[in-house]
Design a protein around this ligand. Structure first.
Ligand code: F6R
Length: 607
């Protein structure tokens, strides 16, 4: 949520900041701004709306002279998404400018106290309160690091921020607490950002900042301190393997389409080094010292939660491990029943989702073993889990998650096969069959996708009039139905609900008429007969139906799209992109902002 970029180096800073903000725009895009020091003066540019609005305000004169500065792209939490509330925020007394992600929970108390002391505020944000408090601290402590430390002792909540001062041109301070912040180490230039793509074109050398750490940097030097004691902290510089191309559109009209089409490669990358074809074994060295769980508890949000729910079906039916799946925002406030046989699996693409992290911390505190499944290397979830398995899907830029879910399904299945091998050695044949089918899956899927997109484009146009949709599935395809509905609503703004098909007649069927279509997932498996009956009930009420079918499961419905047939759970890898493409094509046809849908942002780092 919200993006931060800060730069100090030898290049003109504003183009670097704008480039960084472009790559962070997926984290928030309702307003943006930047600030820098030039000629002994703080310069501030802010605009509401997309980044282009900010760019059009930048006059090309003096902006090219500054070689350091801070930038921000916002997803509003406190106050409307207008220019006044856009970051950076200034404190004019001390000539400080600050960009901030997160929420200062006690901001109102601090604001009232500062107001009583004569401080005037221009915006409704908690960020302005933060910069004014630092300024207040500076009056007492006469040193910026000490002023920051004094301030951080008083604030509650989550934050990642970067600060500049007119009186110290070229120096930037930044700190974090429960909100991601990274430091990028260049040659004669350094970066701070909330996500790696912001500085990826310049450096792959990264320092992952932890909670309670404060960094001071300029073009040639950097030091990290404990933000309470101001004792120096030694940090390791790590090299990330992400490449710049992976964070670009690569000829596709939208990141979402690119990421949907990347899924065959994602499957290959996820499988790489994890399958031993000769011995017909799954290799997950991360799990070497971990016993097969007696009971697994999966916790996640949104699309990652749907992946977890899908995992319940495969894990229980193949590995025989009982699985509970919970939404992190609910789980974190529930009573945790002590049951030492449980292992927890937290799933998150970003590894920074606030609710998922809070749930993880709770579980760790109670002494349960924690396994993390995560895409972003070095993210909070990856660092805080006892054991982490990376999905290796590469950067996912589009707000709507697609390839990340694909990679989560691959890993969940690998985990299932791995534990099946240990729990049920008699299942050797199904493991061999799974490995064989997995190996051919990427190529089959790659061939299938263009034609799938062509067909779905036509179907989605025919249904673009719909105001509401049901997505139905049974068994392993019930979580897929939830995901299909989530994708459609988030990027096309068409109301959609996912249901287990058998639930329809317990209420929802009351909504069906000729203007309420249904998208059914009806492959030829043991539940086909059941779903056929559900669809007949819909047709009897004049409901229109689109169905995903397979050879042998043809249905007499309005529109049908046949997908190839493969081994058991792997059929999901054809169904998932079909659902994603349906949402994508509908959104494009309706002229919506596919990659940056309204009210959303990638990586929900606030509760
Ligand atoms: C939907 C979507 C969200 C995320 C959710 C969890 O397309 O992207 O529902 O899946 O916010 O995010 P992560 O996986 O980063 O924890």
């Amino acid at each position: 949520m919200c993006g931060i970029i800060a730069y100090a180096g030898h290049r003109p800073a504003v183009p670097v900041l704008i480039q960084g903000l472009k790559s962070l725009e997926y984290r928030g895009y309702d307003s943006s701004g930047l600030a820098f020091v030039h000629m002994n003066k703080l310069h501030l540019f802010r605009a509401s709306g997309k980044l282009e609005a900010l760019e059009s305000k930048l006059d090309s004169g003096h902006i090219l002279h500054a070689t350091s500065g801070i930038g921000h792209t916002r997803w509003a939490t406190h106050g409307l998404p207008n220019e006044t509330n856009a970051h950076p925020h200034l404190d004019v007394t001390a000539n400080l400018a600050l960009v901030h992600n997160g929420i200062i929970e006690n901001f109102q108390e601090i604001k009232d106290s500062l107001s009583n002391q004569g401080v005037c505020f221009c915006s409704e944000t908690d960020t302005e309160v933060l910069v004014c408090l630092i300024s207040h601290g500076l009056q007492k402590k006469k040193d910026i690091k000490k002023a920051i430390s004094w301030t951080l002792d008083q604030i509650e909540g989550s934050y990642a921020f970067a600060l500049i001062s007119r009186d110290h041109p070229g120096t930037i301070w930044a700190a974090r607490q429960a909100s991601p912040l990274l430091f990028g180490v260049g040659t004669g230039e350094n970066f701070i950002a909330s996500d790696i793509p912001a500085f990826l074109p310049f450096t792959k050398e990264v320092v992952f900042l932890e909670d309670n750490e404060l960094i001071e940097m300029n073009a040639g030097q950097w030091s990290v301190f404990n933000s309470s004691t101001l004792e120096p902290v030694n940090k390791e510089v790590k090299t990330v393997s992400w490449d710049v191309q992976a964070a670009k559109k690569g000829g596709y009209k939208h990141f979402m389409l690119k990421e949907i089409f990347e899924q065959p490669k994602v499957i290959k990358d996820c499988l790489s080094g994890r399958i031993n074809r000769e011995e017909q074994k799954i290799i997950l060295p991360e799990l070497q010292n971990i016993a097969v769980p007696k009971r697994l508890h999966i916790v996640a949000c949104g699309t990652s939660y749907h992946a977890g729910l899908w995992g319940k079906y495969v894990m229980e039916s193949m590995a025989g491990i009982p699985v509970d799946v919970e939404i992190a925002s609910e789980f974190r406030y529930k009573t945790l029943v002590p049951d030492k046989s449980k292992m927890f699996l937290f799933i998150s693409q970003s590894g920074e989702t606030a609710d998922t992290l809070a749930a993880l911390r709770l579980v760790k505190e109670k002494g349960f073993p924690v396994l993390g499944l995560c895409n972003v290397v070095g993210s909070s979830l990856a660092r805080e889990s006892h054991t982490v398995i990376y999905t290796q899907a590469g950067p996912e830029i589009s707000v709507a998650s697609t390839k990340a879910m694909c990679s989560q399904l691959v890993l969940i299945l690998l985990l299932t096969l791995y534990w099946t091998g240990k729990n049920n050695p008699e299942e050797k044949n199904s493991i061999s069959e799974a490995i064989k089918s997995f190996s051919s899956l990427p190529d089959v899927l790659e061939k299938e996708l263009p034609e799938m997109q062509r067909r779905i484009m036509g179907i989605s146009r025919d249904y673009s009039w719909a105001k509401s949709f049901f997505f139905l599935g049974r068994g392993i395809y019930y979580p897929m139905a939830l995901e299909g509905a989530l994708k459609l609503k988030e990027i096309s703004y068409i109301h959609a609900e996912g249901y287990a098909a058998g639930e329809l007649k317990h209420g929802p069927i009351a909504l069906i008429d000729e203007e309420f279509p249904t998208f059914a997932i009806a492959p030829s498996d043991h539940l086909l007969g059941k779903i056929k009956s559900n669809l007949k009930e819909i047709q009897a009420r004049k409901g229109k139906i689109i169905a995903l079918t397979q050879a042998g499961s043809e249905l007499n419905v309005d529109d049908e799209l046949q997908i190839p047939q493969t081994w058991g759970p792997l059929n999901s890898f054809f169904i998932l992109p079909a659902l994603q493409l349906f949402a994508y094509e509908t959104s494009v046809y309706l002229g919506k902002d596919v990659d940056q849908p309204r009210n959303l942002a990638k990586s929900v780092t606030v509760e």
